[in-house]
Write a protein of this length. Structure first.
Length: 174
């Protein structure tokens, strides 16, 4: 079980199957997943399938990650604890050896500092508690919002990711 966290505005708790419908709903906003081709394909491609998308999200939720790694649901710390997205700290491409930080928020919560706030908490946890040496974030080069979050939490541009598309840039912190 992952450790939970609270900030002045947010609650971060382990993502569970109870979050699956909210995650799927968030993914169906094409602006939210614009830079994630595998999700766009699942929800809007020629072979789009709600069932396949649901299985994709379910698998991510049910995967057993190395100790201390996984996905956290981000909720607003208000009377209804509204789901606003998630933040992750997982082995890159689910296999490692590097560890990746990432985030996804519902569009109506963009630009309010929530992604930065949640990512900062998880980054501090990664270094202080899990004692990781390096964290990376592979971000589509056009995704200015995520690049800004990465920079705000201290990640530095490392170069193009070697995914053979030249669409992703790597940010990292040691």
């Amino acid at each position: 079980m992952l450790q939970s966290f609270e900030s002045e505005r947010l609650i971060l708790r382990e993502r569970t199957l109870e979050d699956i419908e909210k995650c799927i709903e968030m993914d169906h906003d094409l602006e939210v997943v614009k830079y994630i081709p595998e999700i766009v394909e699942l929800i809007n491609g020629p072979h789009a399938s709600y069932k396949k998308h649901r299985e994709f999200v379910r698998k991510r939720i049910e995967t057993v990650y190395p100790n201390g790694l996984g996905y956290w649901t981000i909720e607003l710390k208000d009377h209804i604890r509204e789901f606003i997205g998630w933040v992750m700290l997982i082995p890159i491409d689910n296999i490692g050896p590097e560890t990746e930080i990432g985030w996804r928020l519902k569009r109506n919560h963009w630009g309010k500092g929530y992604a930065t706030e949640a990512a900062r908490i998880i980054l501090q946890y990664a270094f202080d508690t899990i004692e990781l040496d390096k964290i990376v974030a592979d971000i589509h080069y056009l995704n200015r919002g995520s690049i800004r979050v990465a920079e705000k939490i201290g990640l530095k541009f490392e170069g193009l990711n070697d995914d053979n598309t030249n669409h992703y840039v790597r940010y990292s912190i040691y």
